[in-house]
Write a protein that binds this ligand. Structure first.
Ligand SMILES: C=C(O[C@@H]1C=C(C(=O)O)C=C[C@H]1O)C(=O)O
Length: 255
């Protein structure tokens, strides 16, 4: 684990996030899949929305298959994952045990449904609820993996500057920790790169003509997901939540 390998991981996760957003943007809002019983009985199970039920049941299957044996993956509904059918694998313990379970899945969940989805999906209802919530699951998992990876980022930063971090952790000085772990230059690179990925990955590829570059004056290129929305997603939510994970991890780093 080094700052370079950790940043490489986050860079690769950008691809997963951008592609997952492109897939979700194919479907309209499909509000009945999320609402409290708005369309009669659709998907209402134990008081949960269809989307919530789908995520829970999917996570239960994936838990049995061993997905959460890796610390890189954290389920949204951990109480549903009591055992595994997977062959055991000894994942390397790269995180400090007391801090390893730090995560912000609750904030990711509410931000995704209340803020991101309304910006991502066009108005409408085409009835494709199962396919729609399946694409939500992929988005949620990619975002969760990226954001909760802040634990690994924090571990690397802690190891690289133990003295300063230890002092601030002992003082429980969240603001100073936040300042110490922040690299504005790096954040700027990340935000501009994801915006560019949305432009590159979200084009229509045809066999005639050159690959569209998005800067031809004649035709306004339309992207499958708005690149400025992806920039904003990182600026307002992904990076701040990652840093929140980093701070919370550090606060438990000496437990
Ligand atoms: C992840 C890092 O830590 C912080 C969070 C960043 C992010 O979430 O992209 C970027 C820079 C830092 O402010 C890092 O340094 O790479």
């Amino acid at each position: 684990l080094s700052l370079d390998t950790v940043r490489d991981f986050l860079t690769r996760e950008e691809d997963a996030i951008v592609f997952s957003l492109i897939e979700r943007a194919r479907y309209p809002a499909n509000a009945p899949a999320y609402g409290p019983a708005a369309a009669g009985d659709l998907g209402r199970l134990h008081g949960a929305s269809f989307a919530e039920m789908f995520v829970r049941e999917s996570e239960a299957v994936q838990a049995k298959a061993g997905r959460y044996q890796s610390l890189q993956e954290i389920p949204f509904f951990p109480f549903r994952v009591p055992f595994t059918l997977a062959p055991p694998y000894n994942f390397t313990a790269e995180l400090h045990a007391a801090a390893a379970s730090v995560n912000v899945n609750g904030a990711i969940w509410s931000t995704y449904f209340s803020q991101l989805l309304p910006l991502l999906a066009k108005n409408g209802d085409d009835g494709n609820y199962a396919a729609t919530v399946a694409s939500d699951l992929v988005c949620l998992q990619a975002l969760s993996r990226r954001i909760n990876y802040g634990r690994y980022v924090a571990e690397v930063k802690f190891i690289g500057d133990q003295q300063n971090y230890t002092t601030l952790i002992r003082k429980k000085d969240k603001d100073a920790l936040m300042k110490l772990l922040t690299s504005e230059a790096q954040e700027d690179v990340v935000k501009r790169r994801v915006q560019k990925k949305a432009m590159v990955f979200g084009q229509n590829v045809t066999l005639d003509g050159p690959v569209e570059t998005g800067n031809s004056n004649s035709s306004q290129t339309s992207f499958k997901v708005d690149p400025s929305l992806v920039y904003k997603l990182y600026d307002k939510w992904v990076i701040p939540l990652t840093k929140q994970v980093e701070v919370e991890y550090l606060l438990h780093r000496l437990d």
